[in-house]
Design a protein around this ligand. Structure first.
Ligand code: GLA
Length: 730
């Protein structure tokens, strides 16, 4: 809800309040924190002086006399860069449509209750206007923020930087938490103190949101956590800086790296949308973000739609498959209860290795025996059919390249840089966009695919277009990508699209607006996945995180892990198997069958429950216990995986606190029957309060069997059900 009292706008979410005060020439943040509902005496927050950098600023630019990194940057035709944006008016408006950029939305029934505050500023001499938009949703603690520059002057303006959001809060002592990584090692949580004298920057400059620096970040100290994300899949930048006047500044937006956008008279430039929330703890901020993504980013149709359990043939066969092999895997998969077969890389052109055929999205008939017939045969076995594509790429050895070399992203006169033997397509070109919509539509129509895995396996290097220069190219590429994605997802509303980028290299809210789930990482080792999924869960809901059980020893790391351990870690969101199921032993088949039955039984909780992190494993190098816990919305059912790493013979007791349960409810707690444990411990009934606050012993040891020791990990899966018995008050 947004209300205006005098010269103060009050933006309320269920648990937070953001106060924005209007002054004669400026607007300032007065308060952002726990919801205020009693007093109206908010004038007390207002700065006593205007324009002396003692305000919590919504916007900063060069020319305001401060020595800190400022946000908005424009260059004018006389060569000058100075702007001083003066506040002119505020109004409550519709949420701005940023198309072709995607943004958060309110479901049909909730449109009326979402409200947007628009603040207008002007740089008087140049007549450049700046608009800031703050949208609140009735049911979410997350606020969506975007900005727009409008050239109201006669001369061209070059936009050099336009953050989506600037937030300032009083005080220091914060840590800036980022989720950094690399291929096969994504989203490690790293917290760095925000001290004076250094700007902390989390950014991508490679054209996509990247494995290296996820756009989800937090500014945190005990009792105050601010979480941020950006609805964007390209170069982004989030920074935190302690400012001498006693405040901390965060800026979130697309990266200004090489950026330059010319605006003629009457033209506007919109930033992508940023989102932010305040919460008193990291877990609360994480929950607010997860729920927001589930409800306001992932499109309505997919919000609570159960995702199929799939088998993907990549790690089973790589490029080496034929019709018989695929159907052999599909046969076993169907027997075991799997619901969808996904045919990965290698089914098109003449692709037997990663050095050809990208762009030739037509059947490699010799290998598939006819892709349409193969898809049909898969369906006859009771499985849905899904297919892999990597639309944004082109191999030089392809019919497409021979016919349309101009579609490739290349700089005339310069040998292109190749990654995985491939070049990228120039998606900033509308002809390429149209071509992609046409060919990918044809693939879906021919195979009647129910699912499409959309891969992206390299970074941008040879950016070039005659129309768009420097950093503007990166942005135009991303806009082109969204144009293609929106056309395809509109044309095929019942197809489940899954994002992928050499694993989790483009795990962001932009992709999630079109594709409700994303492959978290090419690393399927359970031990490594604990960290990767843990890091991902801070900003993203379980339903968005795709996880597969793969072979042991693991293909990426060589580590072995028990089949039950691999399941316990992978049982999350977009769940499936990625191994040659036809090679399983009889006992393993029984195990997988039971796992699938179990996942189906608790699927809603695994996919749409609140996802909590247990213990500290994966973050604290000294931690030995960790895990995940999924709790349904009514808190009547939960499932937890408890993980012990680095087993030591001398340790006999393992105890952990659970999360997310209702303190006043009694829960019946049981263990999932695991094939690698002979006896299952007894059930017990205990209150949510005890489970949350106590250290509950978990039976992680039986007699030591080799497969339990594999990878040095023990995992146990526990089920919590609301008991009939009521909790007693002492
Ligand atoms: C990427 C993906 C994998 C697989 C391969 C196929 O690495 O992340 O899952 O699809 O491409 O080439």
């Amino acid at each position: 809800m947004i209300r205006c009292k005098g010269k103060i706008y009050k933006l309320d979410t269920p648990n937070t309040t953001l106060l924005i005060g209007l002054n004669e020439k400026s607007a300032e943040y007065l308060y952002y924190g726990k919801r205020l509902s009693v007093g109206g005496d908010y004038e007390i927050f207002r700065s006593l002086r205007e324009y002396e950098n003692v305000q919590l600023k919504l916007v900063s630019s060069f020319g305001e006399g401060e020595s800190h990194r400022s946000g908005v940057a424009c260059q004018f035709s006389d060569g000058s860069y100075t702007t001083r944006f003066v506040f002119t008016r505020a109004k409550i408006t519709e949420k701005p449509d940023l198309a072709p950029l995607p943004s958060s939305y309110a479901c049909a029934g909730e449109k009326k209750s979402s409200k947007t505050l628009c603040l207008e500023f002007v740089d008087e001499p140049t007549k450049v206007k700046l608009f800031l938009y703050y949208t609140v949703f009735e049911d979410s603690d997350v606020i969506a923020v975007s900005s727009r520059l409008y050239n109201g002057g006669k001369k061209d303006v070059h936009v050099k930087n336009l953050p989506s959001l600037q937030l300032e809060v009083w005080g220091g002592g914060f840590e800036f938490t980022t989720f950094r990584g690399e291929w096969a090692n994504e989203r490690n949580k790293i917290s760095t103190p925000v001290t004076g004298g250094a700007v902390l920057v989390n950014e991508s400059r490679i054209g996509s949101s990247s494995h290296a620096a996820n756009p989800f970040v937090m500014l945190q100290k005990a009792g105050s956590v601010y979480a941020f994300n950006l609805v964007y899949s390209g170069n982004h930048k989030e920074s935190a800086e302690k400012i001498i006047t006693g405040k901390t500044r965060v800026m979130v937006g697309m990266n200004d790296f090489m950026f330059d956008k010319k605006l003629g008279y009457g033209e506007s430039f919109c930033s992508p949308e940023a989102v932010m929330c305040y919460a008193p703890s990291v877990d609360a901020a994480s929950l607010a973000m997860q729920r927001f993504v589930g409800k306001h980013i992932i499109r309505e149709k997919w919000q609570e739609k159960e995702r199929p359990i799939l088998i993907n043939n990549w790690e089973a066969t790589y490029f080496d498959f034929n019709r018989e092999k695929i159907l052999q895997i599909a046969d076993t998969a169907a027997e075991l209860g799997v619901e969808m077969f996904v045919l990965d890389d290698g089914w098109f052109g003449h692709r037997d290795e990663d050095n050809s055929s990208l762009g030739d999205w037509f059947d490699y008939e010799k290998k598939t025996g006819g892709i349409a017939a193969l898809a049909e045969s898969v369906r006859e076995r009771g499985l849905k059919f899904g297919i892999w594509v990597e639309p944004e790429m082109i191999s030089e050895d392809s019919e497409l390249y021979r016919k349309h070399p101009e579609y490739a992203m290349k700089i005339p006169g310069r040998e292109p840089f190749r990654i995985r033997n491939q070049l990228m397509l120039n998606l900033a070109d509308s002809n390429v966009q149209k071509y992609l919509v046409r060919v990918i539509s044809a693939v879906i129509a021919e195979t009647k695919a129910a699912y499409v895995k959309w891969d992206f396996n390299r970074t941008m290097t040879d950016c070039f277009s005659k129309e768009f220069f420097g950093g503007e190219y990166f942005h135009e590429y991303v806009k082109g990508l969204y144009t293609v994605m929106s056309k395809l997802t509109e044309r095929f509303p019942s197809v489940l699209f899954e994002g992928c980028a050499a694993g989790g290299g483009r795990f962001d809210l932009g992709v999630l607006c079109y594709m409700p789930q994303i492959w978290a990482s090419d690393n399927t080792d359970a031990r490594c996945r604990v960290n990767i999924q843990r890091g991902t869960s801070y900003g993203y809901p379980a339903s968005a995180i795709s996880c597969h059980v793969s072979a042991s020893p693991n293909h990426q790391t060589g580590n072995a892990a028990a089949l039950e351990t691999r399941f316990n870690v992978s049982a999350c969101g977009g769940f499936g198997y990625e191994m040659d199921l036809s090679k399983l032993s009889e006992t393993e088949r029984e195990t997988v069958k039971a796992q699938i039955e179990f996942f189906k039984k608790y699927r809603k909780t695994f996919q749409f429950g609140d996802l909590y992190r247990l213990g500290n494993l994966g973050e604290d190098p000294n931690a030995e216990l960790g895990g995940f816990m999924y709790v349904n919305a009514s808190k009547t059912q939960a499932v937890a995986t408890v993980i012990l790493e680095n087993f030591k013979v001398s340790r006999k007791r393992f105890a952990i606190a659970f999360k997310g349960l209702d303190a006043a409810t009694m829960y019946e707690v049981s263990y999932r029957k695991q094939s690698n444990y002979a006896d299952e411990p007894q059930k017990f009934t205990v209150s949510g309060e005890t489970l949350i606050n106590g250290e509950i012993p978990v039976d992680l040891l039986g007699d030591v069997a080799p497969e339990r020791m594999a990878n040095g990990m023990f995992t146990r899966c526990l089920i919590f059900k609301k008991a009939v018995q009521r909790a007693k008050k002492n």
